[in-house]
Write a protein of this length. Structure first.
Length: 98
């Protein structure tokens, strides 16, 4: 039981770290009027993984957890062989595919 609690705490730290990095990357990509950039400009899984110093596989797993929690949106298909991610600022605002 204690191992499971440690594992859960580690997972939540990774979720927090990945969300923080993604938030920073997204903030740098907003347009001059605060509009969400085109999906091709959204951060890639690799960008996030590198900044968090985790594998792309773990990065994707954590990002999918954030998608399930309605904190992050993902492109419906890969762009240049990479999934792209963006934070959801307003719960009701989700960008549809381009």
């Amino acid at each position: 039981m204690q191992k499971e609690a440690v594992k859960t705490a580690r997972s939540e730290r990774q979720v927090t770290q990945v969300y923080g990095v993604l938030s920073t990357l997204c903030a740098q990509r907003y347009g001059p009027d605060g509009e969400i950039p085109p999906q091709s400009a959204w951060p890639k899984t690799r960008d996030i993984a590198d900044l968090c110093d985790i594998s792309i596989y773990l990065s994707r797993q954590v990002l999918l957890t954030l998608v399930a929690r309605c904190k992050v949106q993902v492109t419906p298909h890969s762009i240049n062989n990479s999934l792209r991610w963006f934070i959801i600022e307003n719960k009701g605002t989700v960008v549809q595919g381009e």
